[in-house]
Design a protein around this ligand. Structure first.
Ligand code: ADP
Length: 501
């Protein structure tokens, strides 16, 4: 049965948002008749209610995706798939005001960030993979004389994709664009606290002309919809972005079901190292951006800052001044730097980790309080000093605007401290000494390393984790390896069988 779109007024703008699950290019009601409420984290008020998918809906969506895969999409002209993606990018550009309004209200990110990072990132990524669609190559090999051999890169099939709540639009695009370019079909689940921009994107997917069943969206909870996807016997690949704990659960589910191929982009506790020869003012700016982008709710956030003893005091002063100047507040205001934390669960978790930091003996140097007089989930930018490696605030991913600043004396010491973590997503170094920069980036155990910057990601370069931060890579040409499988073809030209007379 069809589910209607609803009109919602966001920041004075009336936008229409689909409420149904998106299956076979239709917005439909979920099995079981349940809906769930979506909240604006800046006000803690309900924005609207949408259909809540169930495991049976996942089955229906997988069947639609399988049918679309088998009935032409997998073998379609790659240039045509690219042209559909280009059309989708154009539609997103055209409807950007609506999509941005939805994304800002739903995720709590600032208008400034949505306009300058999320939206251009989403459009750029779609166009990048549109142009990859007809550039996926196999290779030929020098096998024995009389034989001719080559490889084909074929789509994997039905891809399950599970995304988190910190970058709802961008993660949706990071996932669907390379999968579609390479001829896969999709069943995607948005995060239960930020499902709205994905719904809007499905409207545009239909308008762009993607065939029914190519992309299917089942909104709902992790323990029902997500688990049904991870355990599904007819999903061929699962791509997940989220916490390390959930990533582990998904990997186990894949292992005990059909051994679907799994890629995981997980948590981080990224070190950010400032040497005495760095440009201090630039290092401060990037380090503040490193922890405060989207109120710290970024998996590669620079949440452990290591500063050389020679500049520790001057860095701490300048960093604190800059953190103090951050404007926290209404995320639709053009000059707001930091909005609310995305949801109540996360807000409570951050506050409890701040308490743990105090209890374990670190010094709360700045911030640490929720914003008074606000109904939403706002927390001050927070700095801890005098922290040691055994403390929770140094070991655990906080996913909030909370940073520890630790003094170091030598390159060797800081490398050991920086790498002393089960995570390995990203790391940064600030120095003007390029030999040191090369040495450090080589020795830091992380999938992305930055020199004199932080939190910079580009669709043309791979992104993913070492150690417990993940398996596989997103973005770049590299992600295409995760959405294709290699078939080897051997041709016999004139070689007799080994057992021939
Ligand atoms: P967080 O703890 O930050 O919310 P999660 O890793 O739990 O991060 O969430 C990321 C995504 O994983 C969300 O879409 C969520 O619904 C989904 N998810 C949560 N639990 C499971 C699960 N057991 N199986 C599959 N997906 C899940």
């Amino acid at each position: 049965m069809a589910a209607p779109s609803k009109k919602v007024t966001i920041n004075g703008r009336e936008v229409s948002i689909p409420t149904g699950l998106f299956i076979n290019n239709e917005f439909v009601k979920a099995r079981g008749g349940k809906t769930f409420e979506v909240e604006d984290p800046a006000t803690a008020k309900v924005l609207l209610s949408i259909e809540e998918g169930q495991p049976e809906d996942v089955d229906i969506a997988v069947k639609a995706a399988r049918k679309a895969f088998e009935s032409g999409w997998a073998e379609s002209d790659p240039a045509w798939r690219g042209s559909l993606l280009l059309r989708l990018a154009d539609l997103l550009e055209k409807d950007q005001e609506d999509v941005i309004a939805i994304e800002v209200a739903d995720s709590g990110k600032t208008l400034k960030q949505a306009q300058t990072i999320d939206l251009p990132g989403a459009i750029g990524t779609i166009r990048y993979y549109a142009s990859w669609a007809d550039k996926v190559y196999g290779r030929t090999a020098s096998t024995a004389p009389g034989t001719f051999s080559y490889t084909l890169r074929e789509p994997i099939g039905v891809c399950g994709q599970i995304i988190p709540w910190n970058f709802p639009l961008l993660m949706f695009i990071w996932k669907i664009a390379p999968a579609l370019a390479t001829g896969n079909t999709i069943v995607i689940k948005s995060a239960e606290t930020t499902p709205l921009s994905a719904l809007k994107m499905c409207e545009l997917i239909k308008e762009a002309g993607f065939p029914p069943g190519t992309v299917n969206l089942v909104s709902g909870y992790g323990k029902t919809v997500g688990a049904a996807m991870a355990n599904h016997m007819d999903i061929d690949k699962l791509a997940f972005t989220g916490s390390t704990a959930t990533g582990r659960t998904i990997l186990k589910a894949a292992a005990s079901s059909n051994l679907k191929k799994v890629t995981l982009e997980l948590g981080g506790k990224s070190p950010n190292i400032v040497f005495p020869d760095a440009d201090l003012s630039q290092a401060v700016d990037w380090s503040v951006f490193g922890i405060d982008m989207h109120a710290g709710q970024v998996c590669h956030a620079g949440s452990r800052i290591y500063v050389h003893e020679d500049i520790y005091d001057s860095f701490l002063k300048a960093f604190t001044d800059k953190m103090a100047a951050i404007k926290v507040g209404a995320n639709f205001s053009g000059d707001t730097d930091q909005g609310p934390q995305q949801n109540k669960l996360q807000y409570d978790r951050i506050l409890s980790l701040i308490e743990a930091g105090k209890k374990e003996g670190a010094t709360l140097h700045f911030g640490g309080q929720p914003l008074p007089d606000r109904d939403g989930y706002f927390i001050e930018p927070t700095i801890f000093t005098d922290a040691t490696s055994d403390m929770k605030i140094v070991k655990e991913e906080i996913f909030g605007p909370v940073v520890v600043i630790i003094k170091f004396r030598s390159e060797e010491e800081v490398l050991a401290l920086a790498n002393d973590t089960r995570y390995g997503l990203a790391a940064g170094v600030h120095t003007k000494d390029y030999q040191r920069a090369i040495r450090m980036t080589k020795k830091l155990k992380a999938g992305t390393t930055w020199v004199n910057m932080f939190n910079y990601i580009h669709w043309s370069m791979p992104f993913g984790g070492y150690k417990e931060s993940g398996i596989g890579r997103e973005l770049g040409g590299e992600v295409l390896d995760n959405y294709t499988q290699v078939k080897t073809v051997f041709f016999n030209m004139d070689v007799p069988a080994p057992n021939s007379a």
